[in-house]
Write a protein that binds this ligand. Sequence first.
Ligand SMILES: Nc1ncnc2c1ncn2[C@@H]1O[C@H](COP(=O)(O)OP(=O)(O)O)[C@@H](O)[C@H]1O
Ligand SMILES: [Mg+2]
Length: 293
Amino acid sequence: MSESSNEVVISIRDVVKVFPDQAGNPVRVLDGITFDVRAGETLVIMGGSGCGKSTLLNCLIGELRPEEGQILYRTRAMTQPRDLLAMDEAELNQVRLRFGILFQSGALFNSMTVAENVALPLKEHSYVDPSIIDIVVTMKLQQVHMLPHRDKMPSQLSGGQKKRAGLARATALDPEILFYDEPSAGLDPVTSAAIDDLIMDLSKKIQVTSVVVTHEMDSAFRIADRMVMLDKGRVLMVDMRDAFERIRRTPPDQLAGDEERLIHQFLNGNTKGPLTDSETFQLYERQIIAGTR
Ligand SMILES: Nc1ncnc2c1ncn2[C@@H]1O[C@H](COP(=O)(O)OP(=O)(O)O)[C@@H](O)[C@H]1O
Ligand SMILES: [Mg+2]
C-alpha cells in the first residue's frame, strides 16, 4: 500500500452539478459532495452506473464547472489552497499541468507511435531539451513495461497495452495527481488485475496521489487506501478501505443499522434483488442519502 499522510491535496466542499434530464428538468447529478483527497494516497471513488462518478471527476479536473461548492487545490507550488472555480484560464492550465489523466476517452493518437504519444506532452508543455525527451520517454515506457512496443502504432496494441501506453503518457510530466476513470473498463479480468498492479506500483514508485473511479468492487478493494462511496450524487460513506472491508464481510443481520446494510448490499454487488426493489428499501435509501435517517 502506498504511503499516505494527512496532508490534503484537494478539498471538495458541497459541490453541486446540475444537468437537465430528458424532459429538460434540472437534476442535481452531484448533490452536495464533500470529501478530501490526501497526499500520496490512492483514493477510490465507487458507485453504481449513473451515480455521478465521471461527472465528479470532470469537475475535479476543471472540465466541468459545478453550479455550487468549492474544489480547493493545494499542489506543491501553492503556498495556500486555491479554489479551482475561482481560477482564470491561465491559472487553471498551470494547475492542470500537475495532473495526469487516464480516461476512457483519453485515447492515444492513432497516427503516432507509442513513443511519439508519450513524447507529446513533453514537447508541448515542458522546456525539456529534445535530446532529453527520448530518455524521459524510455523511462516512462519502462515504468509500464511498454518499452518493447515503443515503435508500434496504437492499432497494433492490445487493450491492456493501450492502457499502459496511455498511463506512460499520463505520467510524462511527472504529475502530482493521477486521475483514472474506469481504468479496467473493457479489459478481461487478468489484464484488469495487471492494470491494478501497475496503478499500485506507480503510486509507490513515483509517490503520486491517485484518484480512481470504478464500479468494479474487486478492483476497488485491491488498490484503495481510502474509499468514497457515491449514490445518486451524494456521498454515502468515506473511510479507510478496512472500514469498507468490515462492512462487506459482515453478514447483514450483524450490521449496526440500515445505512451499513445498504452499503453492504452495494459492496457485494447486490444492487438488484428483493431488498433494493422494495418500496421500503428505496425509502430507506432516500432517507439515508438525505441524512434524515
Ligand atoms: N452532459 C450531460 N448532460 C446531461 N446529463 C448528463 C451529462 N453527463 C452526465 N449526465 C447524467 O448525469 C448522471 C451521472 O452520469 P455520470 O457522471 O456519467 O455517471 P457514472 O460515471 O457514475 O456512471 C447520469 O444520469 C447521466 O445521464
Ligand atoms: Mg462514468
